[in-house]
Design a binder for this molecule. Structure first.
Ligand SMILES: NC(=O)c1ccc[n+]([C@@H]2O[C@H](COP(=O)([O-])OP(=O)(O)OC[C@H]3O[C@@H](n4cnc5c(N)ncnc54)[C@H](OP(=O)(O)O)[C@@H]3O)[C@@H](O)[C@H]2O)c1
Length: 252
């Protein structure tokens, strides 16, 4: 089913050093695409780049001022443009109302919401030239409540609004915009959020119990959807948000 449609396409994946971003970078590279992975840790990026010769690393903190210039310049230099931009990097912190700190709130808003906005905006000329695609990685359940995660969920709900609005704004320019909304997926997101191994195990058990399919997903099961949204066969789809969550998002 694969064919050559994604061969030599230029793909930028933020948060490509681990988890879903790493699996997505590898899945695109396996299709013949050239991929630039972005993240703060050069070691993590090197781990992804080491999986495939078509993957290049771009160390950058996407929440820093001017990061969008650095990333787009690197994409031009390393890939020659951008056909697909995957806004995937995330900062997640758990705290209930009453214990929410301003700095960690700012970090979540800047990484999860403002960075995708300004990176996508900066990449628009390249995306327009390519008749490209933006994919925002969001989360299942952000339309419901999630105790302890009001800020994270709000950033993702905001990202969904970006997805739908940008799809309308960019359709006349030939750019498609989509979201992918994972449920619980086995990645280091818990550890990256400051949880210890025991807390991660508790979190995964709780998640498993809430997923109708009775398990957490694998990063590759999410990456498949990202790659397939970029195929020509998906070219009539824009503004959609694909739930890849084992049914978690439809539980009452
Ligand atoms: N795993 C799940 O259960 C799950 C569920 C729902 C939604 N999602 C979504 O899936 C996406 C990927 O998450 P994941 O599970 O794969 O988590 P992850 O493994 O923690 O990946 C997040 C990546 O973002 C990068 N990152 C964080 N802050 C950054 C910054 N300021 N600048 C650049 N890169 C930054 C991290 O690398 P550095 O630390 O090296 O920068 C890391 O590689 C996220 O959007 C998340 O919200 C995941």
């Amino acid at each position: 089913m694969t064919g050559d449609a994604l061969r030599d396409r230029s793909v930028v994946v933020t948060g490509g050093g681990t988890g879903i971003g790493r699996a997505t970078a590898l899945a695109f590279a396996d299709e013949g695409a050239r991929v630039l992975v972005v993240g703060r840790s050069a070691d993590r990026l090197a781990g992804t780049a080491g999986l495939h010769p078509a993957i290049r690393a771009c160390p950058a903190d996407i929440s820093a001022a001017g990061a969008e210039d650095l990333i787009v310049d690197a994409a031009v230099r390393e890939l020659g443009g951008i056909d697909v931009l995957v806004n995937n990097a995330v900062t997640m912190n758990s705290a209930p109302l009453g214990r929410i700190g301003r700095d960690i709130t700012r970090a979540q808003v800047e990484t999860n919401l403002l960075a995708p906005l300004f990176l996508t905006q900066r990449a628009l000329p390249l995306l327009e030239a390519a008749k490209g695609l933006v994919i925002n990685v969001t989360t299942a359940g952000n339309q419901r409540g999630w105790p302890g995660h009001s800020v994270y969920g709000a950033t993702k709900a905001g990202l969904d609004f970006f997805t739908r609005t940008w799809a309308l704004e960019l359709a006349p320019r030939g750019i498609r915009v989509a979201g992918v909304s994972p449920g619980p997926v086995e990645t280091p997101i818990g550890e990256h959020s400051g949880l210890d191994a025991a807390a991660v195990a508790v979190m995964r058990d709780r998640q498993r119990a809430r997923v109708p399919l009775g398990r957490v997903g694998q990063p590759e099961e999410v990456a498949w959807w990202l790659v397939n949204l970029a195929r020509p066969e998906a070219s009539f789809a824009t503004g959609l948000i694909v739930a890849v969550d084992g049914g978690a998002g439809i539980v009452f």
